[in-house]
Design a protein around this ligand. Structure first.
Ligand SMILES: NC(=O)c1ccc[n+]([C@@H]2O[C@H](COP(=O)([O-])OP(=O)(O)OC[C@H]3O[C@@H](n4cnc5c(N)ncnc54)[C@H](O)[C@@H]3O)[C@@H](O)[C@H]2O)c1
Length: 308
């Protein structure tokens, strides 16, 4: 399977630049588009930064790739073999933009959406060719996490699923094919974990710093190597059954978001982007240092795991 030669990535915010850098490194000519000229301008540095990280990873490289920056959506899409949409998570906007894709590309061009959870069938509902619309859910940061959820909608054709799976494998990432469920698989697991973590910190069972240590070393480290289903085999299904039979009913199942979080968001404490959230950050340099440490850790772990 070859990598599509021309790919349009629509939306150059958080996700677009990393996606563009990953695909161009594999030999594609990527056209990165955004409706906002200032964002598009800023995305040049973000794309360059992501390319440098891919270099540090020694990610596979093919000649001939490039990223160009295009303010006009129709021009970005013209002649594209694959379109990847990464605009904000709003159904009306995604519907509007997919209708424009249909006018701008060939009838068989695959139209992928990076939606985090909007049903693909809803995005494709009013299109003439819903069979070529598919979820392609990259994880953030997209150039660093080599797993993509592939989510067909009700009308997506099997051939399009096959084609996207082959494309993802060709650029060295691992596709995970799923049925449409709210939040998709990765976020369902993440949010189940986060709900329990926030609840335990809120109840004062553990400090937030100790929570981070417990999850990083007690769970994350292990799961990065073996995955939950094999972990069951390693632990023994009988052991899981006996612990789960009393523990499951004690786990947090609140439908509402915990006040530990909602109080902070109401006070404008949103995390790194507002220099304070669960932790405080002295200034932007402090945030940048934290981000750099996270990237360095992800690069090191990915390199080690890829070599196994
Ligand atoms: N941020 C994440 O961690 C993450 C992870 C996985 C998936 N996603 C999904 O990816 C998508 C994009 O998320 P993001 O975090 O990059 O959003 P973002 O808000 O950072 O960037 C979206 C960009 O789309 C642009 N845009 C808006 N309307 C447009 C239009 N009509 N044409 C072209 N560009 C337009 C905006 O100007 C903005 O720069 C969302 O569906 C989101 O749910 C995000």
């Amino acid at each position: 399977m070859t990598i599509p030669k021309t790919i349009a990535v629509i939306g150059a915010g958080t996700m677009g630049p990393g996606i563009a850098a990953t695909l161009s490194r594999c030999g594609s000519n990527v056209r990165l588009n955004d409706v906002d000229g200032a964002v598009l301008e800023r995305s040049k540095a973000a794309t360059e930064l992501a390319s440098q990280v891919l270099g540090r990873l020694d990610a596979p490289e093919a000649p001939g790739g490039s990223v160009s920056f295009e303010l006009d959506l129709e021009k970005a899409c013209a002649g594209a073999d694959l379109v990847i949409e990464a605009v904000p998570e709003k159904l009306a906007l995604k519907r509007e933009i997919f209708a424009r894709f249909e006018q701008a590309v060939a009838a068989d061009t695959v139209l992928a959406t990076n939606t985090s959870g909007i049903p693909i069938s809803d995005i494709a509902a009013e299109l003439a060719h819903p069979e070529r619309v598919i979820g392609m859910h990259w994880s953030n940061p997209p150039h660093l996490i080599p797993m993509i959820e592939v989510v067909p909608g009700e009308k997506t054709s099997a051939a399009v699923v096959e084609q996207l799976v082959a494309t993802i494998k060709a650029f060295g990432f691992e596709p995970v094919v799923e049925k449409e469920v709210p939040g998709f698989v990765e976020n369902r697991i993440l949010y189940a974990i986060l709900r329990e973590c926030v609840s335990l910190v809120e109840r004062g069972v553990v400090t937030q710093a100790d929570m981070d240590t417990a999850v990083k070393w007690g769970i994350g480290y292990k799961l990065a190597v073996i995955g939950p289903m094999r972990l069951l085999d390693m632990a023994g299904l009988d052991i899981y059954q006996s612990v789960a039979s009393y523990l499951n009913r004690d786990l947090c199942n609140d439908a509402e978001v915990a006040s530990l979080v909602t109080d902070k968001t109401a006070a404008g404490k949103l995390g790194m982007k507002s220099l304070g959230g669960m932790y405080d950050y002295a200034d932007q340099d402090d945030v940048n240092a934290n981000r750099a440490r996270i990237v360095a850790g992800l690069v090191a772990v990915r390199k080690t795991l890829s070599a196994l």
